[in-house]
Design a binder for this molecule. Structure first.
Ligand code: BEZ
Ligand code: FE
Length: 299
């Protein structure tokens, strides 16, 4: 049971707080009490998110009749997830990804059509400010996989090319590993290319491979206990920025990959599936793909 009381604020203002009183026997006011504990919070959005989270969380505990042992296992799981995080590993991000939360947040953010290309999960392997490479140059060390030529355009919603857009690109090597997963941590298969005057871009890398997300942590253990596989279909990540346009975080997925329909992190969108064409006599594969950016503030 909750009773509203007034408490003096920092500058003499009066805030409303709540004081819990002992509820009648057999009547639980726990959820309402926890919700009311934030009544003095002056950030309306934060208060709303907190209150809703508490209500859903309590409803979940009620519905599954969570036991003390299960609750403790959950606390240990989250603790282990935090301990697994470091500069190169974001286990909490992977937890969000594998629960579909990352993609759901992304779907909500892009509900209103802006004409932009669809987005996809950033994943834990993005690094800011990758090394710049000139138009047509390679972001991959020689011999680390099947050579791939990538080209396309970055356009606005009217189809006009955007000059000077920056494309941060990263993908796995031919062994299905990101550079940060190798113990040497040498930058490879990642870089920043810029569009030319007509909005075109071109770079070389290697054909990415489908790969297992890291399984040596609590998220991997969770997937194993759930009987889920841990693979992502082969893809190349892009984070595209340009002055006056909303940044686009996306990925292009290889047509025909066996994991397209069961991506471990739910990142695949049909519009992002593209043919990585093989067949060049030199053994080089090609990927052609255009992207559309929406103007900042477009809805
Ligand atoms: C990735 O595509 O790099 C990725 C995304 C989510 C979890 C693990 C890996
Ligand atoms: Fe990836």
């Amino acid at each position: 049971m909750v009773v509203a009381v007034s408490v003096p604020g920092e500058n003499g203002s009066v805030a409303t707080a709540s004081a819990a009183t002992v509820p009648a026997e057999g009547v639980s006011t726990l959820t309402d009490d926890v919700v009311a504990s934030a009544a003095a919070c002056d950030d309306a959005r934060l208060r709303f998110v907190f209150e809703t989270l508490v209500r859903h969380l309590h409803a979940f505990v009620e519905e599954v009749e969570l036991t003390s042992d299960e609750w403790l296992e959950g606390v240990r799981f989250l603790t282990a997830t935090g301990h697994k995080c470091d500069e190169y590993r974001q286990e909490f991000m992977m937890l969000s990804d594998t629960l579909g939360v990352t993609s759901l947040v992304d779907e909500i953010a892009h509900r209103a059509s802006t004409g932009a290309s669809e987005s996809s999960v950033l994943g834990p392997f993005y690094t800011e400010n990758p090394p710049g490479v000139a138009h047509g140059e390679s972001i991959a060390a020689p011999g680390c996989g099947v050579p791939l030529d990538v080209r396309g355009h970055v356009r606005d919603a009217d189809g006009a090319g955007i000059a000077g857009a920056a494309l941060d690109v990263w993908g796995t090597d031919g062994d299905g590993l990101y550079d940060s997963q190798h113990s040497e941590h040498v930058v490879d298969c990642r870089g920043r290319v810029r569009t030319t005057e007509d909005g075109s871009f071109a770079f070389k890398t290697v054909v990415p491979q489908s790969y297992s997300i890291p399984t040596d942590g609590p998220v991997g253990a969770m997937l194993q206990r759930l009987g889920r596989h841990t693979f992502r279909p082969a893809h190349l990540h892009f984070r595209i920025t340009a002055e006056g346009f909303a940044p686009l975080t996306t990925a292009i997925y290889a047509a025909g990959d066996p994991y397209l329909a069961s991506d471990a992190v739910f990142g695949v969108r049909t519009s992002l599936i593209e043919e990585f064409r093989h067949g060049d006599a030199s053994g080089t594969a090609t990927l052609e793909r255009d992207f559309t950016l929406a103007k900042t503030g477009a809805t």
